[in-house]
Design a protein around this ligand. Structure first.
Ligand code: CU
Ligand code: CU
Length: 350
């Protein structure tokens, strides 16, 4: 079955509502982008992939022209991404607005990158909702090029909801998550490799209707950065030679600022691997996962796990009973990449 047929069959079964704002219906710039990689409806259906790597690289160069025009890139001070998750709100309609912004961020100690972001941070904010909630979503594009949104928590007519919008435009739609879990969201404008590597990703946490047992809860979004002179580097992305691999957007940030819990706590990590390309072999040195929820918690739980792969574009929930005092490195067990920044410390105190 062709991708287009799958999409048609899939979307026709969906009961979720997608409504585009009037502003988003005028998409001259998005049309231009599509033209750059084929220009027909086929290119929309096959949107995740441009025709070939060279075409994608050319497209990325065009989109980043405004980035390259600005000269010096100074590293701003680290803004710690707070990994602690607040509890889900009780309202059944959740308003979520994401605004795309061009921001220079720090990705490692003294290393700056001109990023494309959701709401100015990498990763973007981590909204928390519940299965069956109505998500009333708006994307505003305040960036310098076309962007879009793609929620892995949704089942939706993606050709409408996830289409690219030009700077100054916005798009709104609603959806209702069917499954609980830790879900990626990202910009889906081609080349996606470039938009995700430039910072356009985040996590959306969906709680089950019956809450999981009380725990100390944290979100960890793994990603790779490919950067040259402060600018995302498409050639490195295609060659998969990352400069940094991080949790929550900054190399080693929780090595310097450990994640602290108390002896006896149940610790729950919501792990999303934003990639764009590498697998996260999620592991905690000196501990074991008492439970890993592969999907749709509380179902699909496995126990006594040492390491578990989180695919690029995937998300899982990992639980540890903190029954030993100490400092435990939280890593991707893909060691060619671990030392590039994907190390956090879980500190268990008395
Ligand atoms: Cu984008
Ligand atoms: Cu995706």
């Amino acid at each position: 079955m062709k991708l287009s047929e799958m999409m048609t069959n899939t979307t026709s079964r969906r009961s979720f509502i997608a409504r585009a704002s009037l502003a988003s219906l005028a998409i001259p710039a998005a049309g231009g982008i599509l033209a750059a990689c084929g220009g027909t409806d086929a290119s929309i259906r096959d949107r995740p992939l441009t025709n070939n790597a060279a075409a994608a690289a050319t497209q990325a160069t065009t989109q980043t022209a405004t980035m390259a025009a600005t000269a010096t890139v100074e590293a701003p001070p680290l803004k710690l991404y707070d990994p602690a998750l607040p509890p889900v709100g009780s309202e059944t309609t959740k308003q979520i607005t994401l605004t795309t912004k061009d921001v220079t961020i720090s990705i490692a100690d003294g290393v700056a990158m001109k990023a494309w972001t959701f709401n100015g941070t990498v990763p973007g904010p981590t909204p928390r909702v519940r299965v069956g909630d109505t998500i009333d979503f708006t994307l505003k594009n305040e960036g310098s090029t076309e962007h879009s949104i793609d929620f892995h928590a949704a089942q939706i007519d993606w050709k409408t909801a996830y289409k690219s919008i030009a700077p100054g435009e916005s798009i709104s739609f609603t959806f209702s998550p069917k499954y609980a879990g830790a879900f990626m969201y990202h910009c889906g404008t081609p080349p996606m490799l470039h938009h995700i590597s430039s910072g356009m990703f985040g996590a959306l946490i969906v709680d089950p209707k019956e809450p999981l047992p009380p725990a100390k809860e944290f979100v960890l979004v793994q990603n790779e950065y490919y950067v040259t002179d402060g600018t995302p580097d498409m050639a490195k992305m295609l060659a998969v030679t990352p400069d940094y691999v991080t949790f929550n957007g900054y190399a080693f940030q929780y090595k310097e600022n450990p994640i602290k819990v108390k002896l006896g706590d149940l610790v729950r990590f919501y792990v999303v691997n934003a990639g764009p390309t590498l697998t996260s072999a999620f592991h905690v040195v000196g501990e074991q996962f008492d439970t890993v929820y592969l999907g749709a918690p509380p179902d699909n739980a496995i126990h006594g796990v040492q390491t578990f792969n989180v695919a690029p574009g995937g998300g899982m929930i990992f639980e540890i009973e903190a029954d030993v005092v100490g400092s435990f490195p939280v890593v991707t067990h893909t060691f060619a990449f671990t030392e590039k920044g994907a190390v956090a410390l879980l500190q268990v105190d008395q």
